[in-house]
Design a binder for this molecule. Structure first.
Ligand SMILES: Cc1cc2nc3c(=O)[nH]c(=O)nc-3n(C[C@H](O)[C@H](O)[C@H](O)COP(=O)(O)O)c2cc1C
Length: 357
């Protein structure tokens, strides 16, 4: 079990939710940096063990990009029970992101809207922090973004591949954030082929023989043609996985919160079904040839299990932690282990894609 009897987070969380969400997030990161951790080690039931890309994940439940943008708190988050942490998105040079307010809690909808716009300290401080990391603590991926004013977007991802090739357990090309103008157009077949092949070449050049797996993170708001093209180009270039999905620009009619009209990407509960549908579709398009990471609206073990059944080898979450606090990782894992065993699976891999389509 990962949570001790005294959890500062469990006591503080109801209060944290009363303050401005970006301030609350900053405090949470600071507290984690200072070692105020509710965790006492990873959750390691053998049924949760997953071997993907030759890496041993103690469990398949990761922290999605955006929480630890500057690679400050991956170690404490791993101790809280996440099986891996994806830091970033990190841009080559530091940039402030969009004006505040840019992060909104949609309490009634158990959702979040953000238009952070890649606020990032840049590669250099993150490289320094990752150089100092104890690799035995767990698996850390790096999500790469581009600076707002960079015109040749692929160049920023090439720099990212070079700078993090020796430091990341996996690398993610993020072209699916709705908050950087023009970014999502890079998901089109020609720019995508150029982007993926140039980034892969840079990675292989920077770490010949030991390059980490290269993944692409996609949006949920894609046409059938977009999805077929992304699958074809990704397999053709030979990247190692897809992260499905980022936040959505859609605003379902069901949203109740007064913040529902804010611009940006919507995440959390209302994203669960749309993103799981895209996951199942990408599983059908890529079956057996591409590792899929399922993310979007997971808030319990059942949600994680549904993503795995739809085709995810690994899953990630972020928004539900805004409502449940960081102890959520341990709970999701506990519930997932129970569900896998109840259906007679002896490990995660056996369940992957068992209910796709
Ligand atoms: C505040 C916030 C910031 C985010 N920042 C990033 C980011 O920098 N890069 C990225 O690829 N995804 C980012 N995301 C998207 C998440 O990684 C995830 O794909 C999305 O929120 C869906 O998962 P969830 O419903 O569990 O939050 C962010 C999400 C939130 C809520």
């Amino acid at each position: 079990m990962t949570t001790g009897s005294f959890s500062p987070y469990r006591l503080a969380w109801p209060l944290v939710r009363l303050i401005d969400p970006e301030t609350a997030h900053g405090w949470a990161v600071r507290a984690l940096e200072l070692g105020v951790s509710a965790g006492s080690g990873g959750f390691a039931d053998p049924v949760l063990h997953a071997r993907v890309w030759g890496l041993d994940f103690p469990n398949p439940v990761g922290l999605a990009a955006g929480f630890d943008k500057d690679a400050r708190v991956h170690a404490p988050m791993l101790k809280l029970g996440f099986g891996f942490v994806e830091v970033g998105s990190i841009t080559p040079r530091s940039q402030p992101g969009n004006p505040k307010p840019r992060l909104f809690r949609l309490e009634e909808d158990r959702a979040v809207i953000n238009r952070m716009g890649f606020n990032s300290e840049g590669h250099e401080p993150a490289v320094r922090r990752l150089q100092g990391r104890d690799g035995s603590v767990g698996i850390v991926g790096v999500n790469l973004g581009k600076n707002k004013e960079t015109e040749d977007a692929a160049a920023d991802y090439e720099i990212g591949a070079r700078n993090f090739a020796a430091l990341a357990d996996f690398l993610v090309i993020n072209v699916s954030s709705p908050n950087t103008p023009g970014l999502r157009a890079l998901q089109g077949p020609e720019p995508l082929r150029d982007l993926l092949s140039r980034t892969k070449a840079a990675l292989l050049d920077a770490a010949p023989g030991s390059a980490p797996p290269l993944l692409l993170k996609i949006a949920p708001d894609l046409t059938d043609e977009d999805k077929a093209d992304i699958a074809a180009v990704s397999m053709d270039v030979g990247i190692d996985g897809l992260i499905v999905t980022n936040t959505t620009i859609a605003r379902p009619d069901t949203l109740k919160s007064r913040h529902r009209g804010e611009g940006g990407g919507l995440s959390g509960r209302p994203l669960f079904h749309p993103s799981t549908r895209v996951l199942a579709e990408m599983y059908a398009e890529t079956k057996g040839r591409m590792v899929l990471v399922g993310v979007g609206g997971i808030e319990d073990g059942r949600g994680a299990y549904e993503k795995i059944l739809a085709g995810a080898s690994l899953v990630e979450l972020y928004s539900a932690m805004v409502y449940h606090g960081p102890a959520l990782a341990a709970r999701v894992n506990r519930e997932l282990a129970t569900l896998l065993k109840a259906d007679g699976f002896s490990n995660v891999a056996e369940a992957v894609g068992k209910k796709a389509g």
